[in-house]
Design a protein around this ligand. Structure first.
Ligand code: BGC
Ligand code: CA
Length: 155
């Protein structure tokens, strides 16, 4: 390839890569970046069902935690916002008791990171099918889907 043409190709590739990288890092107004994702934090609480619907309205998914670093960052964000109890996680065992799957694909959560608190998930009262991150206890718990928790939208 003649040098003018290859320089042009090089420029085009640099432009494409830098646009892609900046899109990965930038989040819309009201969304906060961590890693390659953007997060939005609710100012009110809702049932699991409504949390799911609100997520869909935002073109986002309910929070899933894939690393300890992500969990630590979410924990900090929740504390500074004064969340008192917990936030929903996008995991449910409503299909098969004890088998928590991701809402996005009905498959077991991606990766190996899990942080169920000791003795959880325990399906207390035989009525706990929605997962939450319990802020004060810094761990995961299965809870009643009709409880009202804060929501973290992730995309
Ligand atoms: C239990 C949890 C349960 C929660 C329900 C706690 O005392 O340890 O397993 O999900 O109560 O509110
Ligand atoms: Ca429980």
């Amino acid at each position: 390839m003649e040098s003018g043409k290859s320089q042009l190709w090089f420029l085009i590739i640099v432009c494409l890569v830098s646009t892609a990288v900046s899109q990965l890092r930038n989040c819309e107004k009201g969304w906060f970046p961590f890693g390659n994702h953007c997060y939005k934090f609710s100012s009110s609480t809702a049932t699991f069902k409504h949390a799911m619907i609100f997520c869909n309205n935002h073109g986002a998914e309910l929070l899933e935690l894939h690393t300890k670093a992500e969990e630590d960052w979410i924990d900090l964000q929740c504390r500074v916002r004064g969340y008192s109890y917990g936030v929903w996680l996008g995991l449910s065992d409503i299909q098969t008791e004890g088998k928590f799957v991701s809402l996005s694909d009905a498959r077991k959560p991606r990766g190996n990171f899990r942080n169920w608190m000791k003795g959880e998930p325990n399906n207390s009262g035989h009525n706990e099918h929605c997962a939450m991150y319990w802020i004060t206890r810094r761990g995961w718990n299965d809870d009643q889907c009709t409880n009202k928790l804060n929501i973290v939208y992730k995309k």
